[in-house]
Design a binder for this molecule. Sequence first.
Ligand code: B12
Ligand code: SF4
Length: 252
Amino acid sequence: MALVGPEVEENLSLRYLASSLEAAESEPRYFPSMPPILPVLLDALAGEPPPAVIALSLSFQWRAEDVLALAMAARERGFRGHITAGGHFGSFAWRELMRDFPEIDSICRFEAEETLRALCRQVVDGGDWRKVAGLVVRDDRGVAELTARREPPGLGALPGPIGAAPARAGLGHPIAPLIASRGCYSNCSFCCIATLHRDSSPALRHRLRDPSDVAEEMAYLTTSAAWTSSSSTRQLLPTALGRQLAPDLGAR
Ligand code: B12
Ligand code: SF4
């Protein structure tokens, strides 16, 4: 299983996916790379055994050309395994992507920890991966269609993201990104986040993690990444969650 995508600091989308795959003992190989990513992946594909599944990040619309070129190059080099993709752009432009890029076998829509894990399991076991919920697949005529809907995962049940080693640095300090919520309470018409989470599940379009879990992760990151300041993260926390979190964090 090869998980491929761009990374500035730490890409928590891919790092959450990686930890969910690890928890299912899928042993993902993670390719966090900015351009040129192509030689890195192609070298890895040349090794034995090739991955059963390549999962490509299509979060960023402006990176789509690079990512799709990568799928084409992998096929040209003879990769016959399953190629899937996911992320914001992939979740919206699935019809066009499946129409124009036969190199891609499926797209995991929306939050994909459970979908990607189930897809990998079916592909590796030789099962009917076209029945996995949360996917875009092709019908018998080659036209893109959606499989059954999948509700987003419960945030409390997800394994934490795999971390970077050594810790990243910013302005001379070690840094570690952390997610306290997913989705958004607002509904700005220009923003893909509001649309993504509303389309995924209107009732669950904004979810907060349990403050204790967030405090636990902060405490862990502080020790494991030799993190010296939590001020930037506090600014990112939704205010209500931040208020609940303060005493809990102090206790740790
Ligand atoms: C943190 C963040 C950043 C950070 C850190 C990113 C990093 N470390 O790599 C920084 C500041 C560097 C950044 C930069 C940019 N960002 Co930014 N960023 C975000 C933000 C706020 C959170 C992303 C995140 O980690 N979410 C948490 C994870 C768990 O959720 P998720 O991303 O939705 O991932 C889930 C699903 O989407 C899916 N999924 C995601 N990726 C994949 C891949 C595969 C293979 C599969 C199967 C599934 C899948 O499964 C994931 C797990 O459930 C989002 C907005 C948001 N609230 O999501 C914008 C956002 C992703 N960024 C955006 C943009 C435009 C950019 C920039 C291009 C800005 C610029 N002009 O420079 C750059 C691109 C940098 C790059 N990587 O090349 C846009 C993308 C819009 C689009 N579709 O093109 C977003 C959506 C903001 C917005 N509303 O406009 N960004
Ligand atoms: S994430 Fe999007 S919907 Fe939420 S406040 Fe920001 S711009 Fe508006």
